[in-house]
Unconditional design. Structure first.
Length: 451
């Protein structure tokens, strides 16, 4: 493909990939996991997982994408023609599509909460659990928000790589970081600040069990957007001078800092309100936090209003940059392989996602009785994509780059044809050959058969 798009600047590359990584996983999932798994000890294991498993897998995806300059399915086919390895590419595109379908439903909720908090409807003494439940089980409202959110994603995708994804990420990521900075500064003033930060930073190793370790590795994968074809597709738009190792490190550092800073925002608020537990589970962001924000800023409602509005805006922007990166691998594949225009390819993906997302959304309400293997459609999509296909994809990527690809090709990509001195190349190969696939296999077996 000679006229493929490409990123125009180094900072654009980092911000687009960081935009993919920073998402609901950081703001919503990470604090919930920290809360459920005992605070700082979890964070330490998480850091280890990010840098010893996540970064090598990310570099491997970059190698595949940049070397072939093609969508993920074509990329595997080019590197290993007529072999079973192509399953790796097919997996990436499929899983990105299926994850999109429920990711945009939760993103639609964040759009609703953002609108509601700006309209000051998330204030006062109300039953936030009932507020949430009546919203998600309403047949129309969540669908409308989901469709609006998807159209926002579509609008960026059709503008292409440089004018759409890159420009949008360059605008959104600094805004996101600014909002985080304002919220962290605000949280200094909360009565639960010291307790919240202690909870986050003091490790208690008695809480560490094998399942805590597995959750940390799983969270690292999800948060870094690995094994879903996204980073591989983004890397296919990298220029010849992009330093793959450095980019992977920058993205991982940004993603991890954002996750931890979100903990700095959420836990002081949670500890400011008596009787609220940090391990509240998935309802943390949509049920506990609106309640907590109200009580914590009871004496100055205006600050409460600003805090909550900015918080949901943060959630929304982060969801948007991630949803864009889930859309792109599928759009790129259809555009390049089915030979239709980028506009039409994006339209097909958007329409398909909306249809399945409507089904997912309804499965939280009127279709809740329809279950497969005991799971409603929403949970089924999450389970099959995040717990089954994703780890398998991670293992395939590691084995492919670690064992199947020519070592010289990998070396040339990582060092930009020998022009960069990469001291850790051997460590990288060791991690990608042995450590990462073994670790992911253990998680996979545990998640599927033992938990
Ligand atoms: N990394 C994103 C998050 O933390 O929310 C989620 C995500 C985006 C996963 C893109 C996978 C992906 F391809």
């Amino acid at each position: 493909m000679s006229n493929r798009g490409s990123f125009g600047s180094k900072i654009g590359v980092v911000l687009a990939a960081a935009g993919s990584a920073v998402g609901l996983g950081n703001v919503w999932r990470f604090p919930t996991e920290v809360g459920n798994n005992g605070g700082a000890a979890f964070i330490l294991i998480y850091l280890f997982s990010v840098f010893f498993i996540g970064v090598p897998v990310m570099v491997s995806e970059f190698v595949i994408g940049r070397n072939t300059h093609a969508n993920t399915i074509t990329a595997f086919r080019k590197l290993a023609p007529k072999t079973w390895w192509r399953i790796g590419g097919i997996e990436g595109v499929f899983v990105a599509f299926f994850i999109s379908c429920y990711y945009i439903v939760v993103s639609g909720w964040t759009l609703h909460y953002t609108v509601a908090s700006f309209l000051n409807r998330l204030s006062g003494d109300q039953d936030y659990k009932a507020f949430f439940n009546s919203f998600v089980s309403n047949p129309w409202e969540p669908i409308i928000y989901t469709v609006v959110f998807m159209l926002m994603t579509h609008f960026v995708i059709v503008r292409g790589v440089e004018r759409g994804i890159e420009r949008f990420s360059k605008l959104m990521m600094p805004m996101l970081l600014l909002i985080i900075a304002v919220l962290v500064i605000c949280s200094f003033s909360m009565s639960g600040f010291a307790e919240g930060i202690t909870y986050l930073l003091r490790p208690d190793f008695s809480k560490v069990t094998p399942s805590v370790v597995l959750s940390a590795v799983g969270q690292a994968f999800y948060s870094l957007s690995l094994a879903m074809g996204c980073l591989c597709t983004y890397a296919s738009y990298f220029g010849p001078n992009t330093n793959l190792m450095k980019t992977a490190m920058s993205v991982s550092v940004i993603d991890t800092c954002v996750a931890i800073l979100c903990g700095f925002i959420i836990f002081p608020a949670v500890f400011s309100v008596p009787g609220v537990e940090p391990g509240e589970g998935p309802g943390l962001v949509f049920i506990t936090l609106p309640h907590v924000f109200n009580i914590a800023f009871h004496s100055v409602p205006l600050i409460g209003f600003l805090f909550s509005s900015l918080f949901y805006l943060l959630l929304l922007l982060s969801a948007l940059t991630s949803a864009i990166s889930l859309h792109e691998p599928v759009t790129a594949y259809i555009h390049e392989e089915w030979h239709v225009s980028r506009h039409r390819a994006a339209g097909m993906v958007t329409a398909g996602c909306i249809l399945l997302a409507i089904a997912c959304s309804l499965s939280m309400g009127v279709w809740n009785g329809f279950r497969i293997g005991g799971l409603c459609l929403f949970d089924l999509f999450d389970f099959v994509s995040a717990k089954i296909i994703l780890p398998l994809g991670g293992i395939i990527i590691c084995l492919f780059v670690g064992w199947r690809l020519d070592r010289q090709l990998v070396y040339n990509e990582v060092t930009n044809n020998g022009s960069l001195r990469i001291r850790l190349f051997r460590l990288y190969i060791f991690l990608v050959r042995w450590v990462a696939p073994l670790a992911i296999s253990i998680i996979f077996i545990n998640e599927l058969f033992l938990s």
